[in-house]
Design a protein. Structure first.
Lengths: 301, 261
């Protein structure tokens, strides 16, 4: 039975990854799950310098999901390399580093700093965080801006480049195709969906940032639809995510066309979700007599 | 001290004051718990996904029990307030750092609690008595009106009380109690609403008293990964490299001088 998948020439032992921003750099969740059992650890977005993020409250619960507006708080690339990458050194899993920035120069600085780091298998470029005012989302909602940043990063990057796309667009197929045409090696989606919650008793927004990114099981049908549309618009691999809670959800994304999947908000609800999903996919394959997980990818079309 | 998500069995569960519930849980997590730490309790409703952080009120290591005294603040806490003895609850723990009990050695200590910040101070008093390092321990408890847990505190130390409506003890808050009785201490452990913690931070700084305060914030993961529950710090935080600290993991207990509240 084969559970391995390949993205941009890199082999993953299974298609289960962590979604950036929900898993730190793996340190916190390594108390709960064996990171060696994961296809990849996708790290929290890192910028060229430390970012303080937004004011609190940064999180709010919603029906079947949650809103967050962390604002990409991160310790900066120096600490990330010294502490986080070093922590991941001895694990037998792939490392995908999520990169964020306020300007193209910021992104390029991080990409260059990571170019000589052998532990970094792929880069995921965050052009879709809805919670920071400058950069990030500005690149992910305009096809011309997306093409420009993708080309510039591809010109500098030593590792394969995944562009992480925003669902907050009218035509996801167009954005996927734009990333592919600009040279992206893969795309990942969906980032969170912009939302809002009002505390009616206090007459205040639930989040200090007013708006936040919606995640969790409530967004899954939107994510499956967008992964399906994106996967059918491009020939590069797609990493699918958005509300995945278990193996059944993950298999839905594979069948919609994703080569791999990522677990995000559900880590907060069940810290064992990643490994349970990987095991559940194997169980499904045994039950259904499926020899190769790759045969599931895009099998519904 | 590794963290786990486990199924705990309810031993006892009752309402001890209006909307204040007293919950005893059987769980092996009790063996690794300390005063000032917390667990996160999952609501009994699939639409509400995030666990609710609740402080540990008492630890019975021998029996393997954790006591949680919590207020019904919304639909999540309401969902498990309806559970009975023998029912099961999913909990995540043990979370947070707890109070540094050893700092009390040779000192006179105020253990201060306000409202639903009172429960964690009970195990703190017990831990102080057990270590027997502190010279003198005074509990200072502030209530809106109806009191709870006051008899539990009285078993271990002198408990001074305030009620906002003046129905019992000093009329006002915990700071009014200290003034009314001219109480003195050289160490403070405290948990309560933000205005109380701000007043304690100011009082401690003005009087050169070491103070440790327990903070609260909306949380998601509870284990330090999501960076949802940060507080502002006066110095650069060792983990974040900015002036933010993760309350769930590096807190909830901080030296008052370290946090910007």
């Amino acid at each position: 039975m084969n559970t391995a998948v390949t993205i941009a020439g890199v082999r993953f032992k299974n298609p289960v990854m962590t979604a950036s921003g929900t898993f730190g750099s793996g340190m916190e969740y390594s108390e709960f799950v064996d990171l060696n059992r994961l296809g990849a650890v996708v790290t929290k977005g890192v910028a060229n310098v430390p970012w303080p993020g937004n004011d609190t409250p940064r999180v709010a619960e919603t029906y079947g999901g949650m809103l967050n507006a962390i604002g990409l708080q991160n310790p900066g690339i120096d600490t990330f390399i010294e502490r986080d990458l070093r922590f991941l050194k001895d694990f037998d899993t792939r490392v995908i580093v999520n990169v964020c920035g306020k300007s193209i120069e910021d992104y390029l600085e991080v990409v260059e700093r990571l170019s000589d780091e052998p532990r970094v298998d792929l880069l995921e470029i965050n052009v879709s965080c809805p919670n920071v005012k400058e950069g990030a989302i500005a690149f992910g909602q305009d096809p011309a801006a997306l093409a420009k940043i993708t080309k510039q990063i591809k010109a500098k990057a030593k590792q394969p480049v995944i562009m992480k796309l925003s669902p907050n667009v009218t035509d996801i197929a167009l954005m996927a195709k734009t990333a592919e045409d600009a040279g992206a090696d893969a795309i990942s989606l969906i980032n969170t969906i912009t939302g809002m919650k009002i505390d009616i008793y206090r007459k205040k927004f639930a989040l200090a940032n007013k708006t936040g990114g919606l995640s969790g099981p409530c967004i899954k049908p939107v994510a499956v639809r967008m992964v399906y549309q994106a996967a059918h618009a491009v020939s590069i691999p797609v990493i699918g995510m958005g509300g995945i809670a278990n193996a059944e959800d993950a298999i839905e994304f594979l069948m919609a066309g994703a080569t791999a999947v990522a677990i995000g908000a559900m880590n907060f609800i069940n810290p064992y979700t990643t490994v349970e999903t990987a095991e559940g996919i194997e169980r499904f394959m045994r039950q259904q007599k499926i020899e190769d997980v790759n045969s599931l990818i895009g099998c519904v079309s | 001290m590794s963290k786990k998500k486990v199924t705990a069995v309810i031993r006892r569960h009752e309402e001890i004051a209006e909307q204040i519930y007293d919950l005893w849980l059987e769980t092996d997590l009790a063996a690794s718990a300390h005063a000032g730490q917390f667990v996160a309790v999952y609501p009994k409703d699939g639409a509400m996904l995030l666990p609710r952080p609740i402080s540990i009120c008492e630890i019975d290591e021998k029996e393997g029990l954790l006591r949680l005294v919590y207020r019904v603040a919304g639909k999540g806490t309401a969902s498990f307030s309806r559970m009975h003895a023998q029912d099961k609850l999913e909990i995540l723990g043990i979370l947070g750092n707890g109070f540094p009990i050893e700092k009390a050695d040779g000192k006179s200590v105020f253990v201060m609690g306000g409202g639903i910040g009172i429960p964690p101070m009970l195990e703190t008093v017990k831990a102080l008595k057990k270590r027997a390092g502190a010279q003198n321990i005074n509990a200072v408890l502030g209530y809106r009106s109806e009191r709870f847990l006051q008899q539990d505190f009285s078993q271990y130390c002198l408990a001074y009380m305030a009620t906002e409506d003046g129905s019992y003890g000093t009329k006002g808050n915990v700071m009014d109690v200290i003034r009314a009785h001219d109480l003195k201490a050289d160490l403070i452990f405290a948990c309560g609403p933000m205005p109380m913690l701000r007043a304690i931070k100011t009082y401690a700084a003005e009087n050169g008293i070491e103070a440790y305060i327990s903070l609260e914030e909306r949380m998601a993961c509870g284990v330090g990964a999501c960076l949802g529950c940060v507080c502002k710090t006066t110095q650069t935080d060792a983990h974040s490299k900015v002036n933010n600290s993760r309350i769930c993991t590096d807190g909830p207990v901080y030296p008052a001088s370290f946090v910007n509240i």
